[in-house]
Write a protein that binds this ligand. Sequence first.
Ligand code: AMP
Length: 253
Amino acid sequence: MPTMGALHGGHVALVKKCKEENDISTVSIFINPLQFNSKNDLLNYPRNTDKDLEILKEQSVDSIFIPDEKEMYPVPDERVFNFGCLDKTMEGLSRPSHFNGVAKIVSRLLQITEADRAYFGEKDYQQLAIIKHLVKNLNFNTKIVPFPTIREKDGLARSSRNVLLTDEQRRNAAVISQVLNEASKNTNLTVKELKNLVYRKITETPGLEIEYFEIADRETLQPVVSREVSENGLIGCIAVKTGKVRLIDNMFF
Ligand code: AMP
């Protein structure tokens, strides 16, 4: 199970599932510089290895892999991946080269561990889709196991970045999942009306600034303009900024 550390309840739930389904479980902690678009985001990313180790020991994880940058990238990794249409929307547009960096580290971790199964959260839904594509394309023998998003009591998706929020930002951030939830249940509204609803509610909330909200096909991740065009079902994906912190979330529609 790959992580970037600063472990929280979402990670722990994934670890528990990984332990349940496998004889040997391995968790990696590596803040992969190649997937960060902004130096400040990388510098400010929360780090707490001592607490992470405590949490993982408590879960009786069999092995913990904490490589440094030299170990992961002994020579520059110059590979360029092609994810078809999957990275041409949402996070792929907002964070150019992010998924290429994710693919570099995940492919390396899978090669090192030769894992039978690897666990990824639906919280990062586009990442999950891209990793499934990567594993098929490169013929990895690893099964990618998705895991539903773990949330705080008020609905906010658990994220390592939540600790960077002020109390006020934290309170307001609950609106993100609440509006997704409301929109996902409004089956009588058109895609355009749903987008208006989400944009309005986020914009009305002090301190929240919407970067994108798309309703997309769950498989291709292409945004739709009408509910009828998707056979695979729909997903609503959102990115919101509050102060310097960027939060993402999604829900099935
Ligand atoms: P990260 O440390 O943020 O790279 O996350 C490591 C793994 O945990 C990724 O597969 C994430 O999608 C997953 N994850 C992070 N937050 C959550 C959450 N709230 N619920 C479920 N999975 C999560």
